[in-house]
Design a protein around this ligand. Structure first.
Ligand code: GAR
Length: 211
């Protein structure tokens, strides 16, 4: 059976990318990381991909004269590697319309909070955890969602919850949420690999039939 070919987009250390890779190696996810894309030449994820022999590329919009050329290059690269799904894992750039149109309901993102709370522009990394603690929220968690043109807005595929304790700092919360992300993201990707996901407007259902 041919594998489900994913591209992981990441801007930083890429621990979610590594967790997805581990899930593949351990037989929990039937997919192949066919390409790793970063916008940041110094991203830890690129060094890790190099060390582990995974195909990787740095493509940043700043390298191009305009957004049109950037998107054309990105789309050609994804087509060349026969990418079936894009998995955003700490990718700190907004995904443009040409990509969303080329991969309808096939771009996933993970967010370190329970959307629609604590999401939107500027809500990333420790900003999210600080906002949760400052607000006095008692629970937080992770959200895996499809990407649409609005930040952190697309249909929700999976959410998991954890409690915020009185002693939590943004750093301790970030650590626990990240560990939960690592346990969650590959499970959501596996649903797509098994072709189990049905999307109707904002609602995501799981089909019982594996096609
Ligand atoms: C993760 O916590 C991810 O949820 C977050 O960036 C981190 C990346 O970590 N993404 C966002 O905040 C997007 N709004 P990683 O590079 O170790 O996977």
């Amino acid at each position: 059976m041919s594998s489900f070919r994913i591209a992981v987009f990441a801007s930083g250390q890429g621990s979610n990318c590594r967790a997805i890779h581990d899930a593949i190696v351990n037989g929990k996810l039937n997919a192949e990381i066919a390409l790793i894309v970063s916008n940041n030449p110094d991203a830890g994820v690129l060094a890790w991909a190099f060390e582990n022999g995974l195909t990787h590329i740095c493509i940043a919009s700043e390298q191009f004269e305009d957004k049109k050329q950037f998107h054309e290059t990105l789309l050609k690269t994804l087509a060349l590697h026969r990418i079936q799904m894009i998995v955003l894992a700490g990718y700190m750039k907004k995904i443009g319309l040409p990509l969303i149109e080329a991969y309808p309901n096939k771009i996933l993102n993970i967010h370190p909070a329970l959307l629609p709370a604590f999401g939107g522009k500027g809500m990333y990394g420790e900003h999210v955890h600080k906002a949760i603690i400052d607000y006095g929220a008692k629970i937080t968690g992770v959200t895996v969602h499809l990407v649409d043109p609005e930040y952190d807005h697309g249909a929700i595929v999976m959410q998991k919850v954890l409690e915020v304790s009185d002693n939590d700092t943004p750093q301790t919360l970030a650590e626990r949420v990240l560990a939960l992300e690592h346990q969650t993201y590959y499970q959501a990707v596996q649903l797509f690999a098994e072709n189990k996901v049905i999307v109707q407007d904002r609602k995501v259902f799981l089909s019982k039939n594996i096609l």
